[in-house]
Design a protein around this ligand. Structure first.
Ligand code: NDP
Length: 378
């Protein structure tokens, strides 16, 4: 299914990177929007939604020179108080979802990290921006491209930065693979394959369409969509998807499908095939096939990333195996520290993040096409 003119217009309409005004913008109530902190202190973050991924950010920030957790936002005060005591967050910097907007006056908070179920990303990004805070939002950016556009607009209007948490863009082993592709070590890129999946538990919010937006592509297939776009270095012009569920009576798949497979065609002629599932263990990977070699980038976990392949060209003329892992050149596996520090430095130095809102929007446009071409209404 070709991307329509409207899809491209959606992308183009928000093509301007978030702007920032030195010194920030004064908001009603005296909060200052988008100002970098003075005195060389680290960027202070409020973590919104204290689930699994929130724990990774909190641990990552402990090792970071530029980022510090200074507030917590939760629907469970007791849990938030326990975590606040553990991480040295003052109890007057704990917020509920209802009183989240009070965060505007907390000068120890420069940015929020949105770690909520997918359908809540848009609301808390927009409320965070209106409170004058920069926003680091988990993937998928939202549950529709229309919401993504609203989030980008809200951050532009508030003069705050917006970054989507695509951790592999900041992971050094993945970046080595990207360097190899861009420097031509694989020759001209031809084809890509990717997959990611796991057996979803019963009663997970991920199987509730209203909270998740859709099935496994929103959650894990998005890694493949994003990797294909990153390695191709261009936007797809044709996308075709199919979905299936093996056991129609399985209550986990009452609202979202179990398996998804799709193809993507890029303007250069490069093509990609992706699969994702909530039915079985499928370690995440992207395999790249070029005219002079191939590479496997895997397994998309929080550590243990590895690049393996074979190149005929370049320094290894004659052909040789390639392996890059965490032992190579002492590459540092701290994904959440790298990611948060990147955003902190963007705030401190007034730079646009490598994965701004536009990156999240581009993936949502692709995801909508996968489902639409598969005949699924989102
Ligand atoms: P969890 O279920 O572990 O945590 C979500 C938290 O959101 C809950 O603990 C809860 O926090 C809060 N929450 C508020 N309303 C609801 C609700 N109606 N139902 C459930 N939780 C609610 O999810 P994850 O941490 O795994 O995922 C959160 C986001 O992070 C998702 O968008 C996901 O895609 C993304 N993610 C990204 C990963 C990555 O590697 N980049 C990996 C895993 C997830 P509280 O009790 O404090 O209110």
């Amino acid at each position: 299914m070709p991307l329509s003119r409207r899809d491209f217009v959606k992308l183009g309409a928000v093509g301007l990177a978030a702007q920032w005004v030195p010194g920030g913008l004064m908001l009603p109530g005296g909060a200052q929007s988008g100002a970098a902190p003075s005195g060389g202190r680290p960027i202070g973050y409020a973590v919104v939604g204290l689930g699994r991924i929130a724990g990774h950010y909190i641990d990552g920030a402990k090792l970071s020179p530029h980022s510090k957790i200074t507030a917590l936002v939760s629907g469970h005060r007791d849990k938030a108080e326990r975590m606040a005591a553990q991480y040295g967050v003052p109890t007057d910097s704990i917020y509920s979802y209802e009183d989240f907007d009070r965060i505007a006056s907390n000068r120890a908070v420069d940015a929020v990290i949105v770690c909520l179920p997918n359908s809540m990303h848009a609301e808390y990004t927009i409320r965070g921006a209106k409170a004058g805070k920069h926003v680091l939002c988990e993937k998928p950016m939202a549950i529709s491209s229309a919401e993504c556009a609203q989030m980008i607009d809200a951050c532009n209007v508030a003069h705050v930065k917006l970054m989507i948490a695509y951790r592999l863009h900041y992971e050094p082993i993945t970046l080595k693979a990207l360097d190899m592709v861009r420097s031509g070590r694989l020759g001209r890129l031809q084809l890509m394959e990717g997959a990611f999946g796991f057996p979803i538990g019963a009663n997970e919010w991920r199987t509730n369409k209203a909270l998740a937006g859709g099935g496994s592509v929103f959650d894990v297939g998005i890694y493949c969509v994003n990797a294909f776009r990153m390695f191709a270095g261009e936007e797809p012009v044709g996308i075709q998807g199919q979905v299936s569920t093996l056991d129609k009576g399985d209550p986990r798949f009452a609202e979202v499908e179990e398996n998804v497979a799709w193809t993507m065609r890029f303007p250069s002629g490069v093509m990609a095939t992706g699969t994702s599932t909530y039915g079985s263990y499928m370690g995440g990977f992207c395999r790249l096939h070029g005219q002079s070699g191939w590479l496997d980038v895997s397994p998309y976990g929080y550590q243990g990333m590895r690049v393996q392949g074979w190149c005929a060209a370049g320094a290894d003329a004659g052909g040789s195996m390639v392996t890059i892992d965490e032992t190579s050149e002492e590459l540092d596996p701290l994904q959440f520290t790298h990611e948060t520090d990147h955003f902190s430095q963007c705030i401190l130095e007034n730079r646009t993040p490598t994965t701004p809102g536009e990156e999240g929007l581009a993936d949502l446009v692709c995801i909508e096409q996968i489902y639409k071409s598969a005949g699924v209404n989102l």
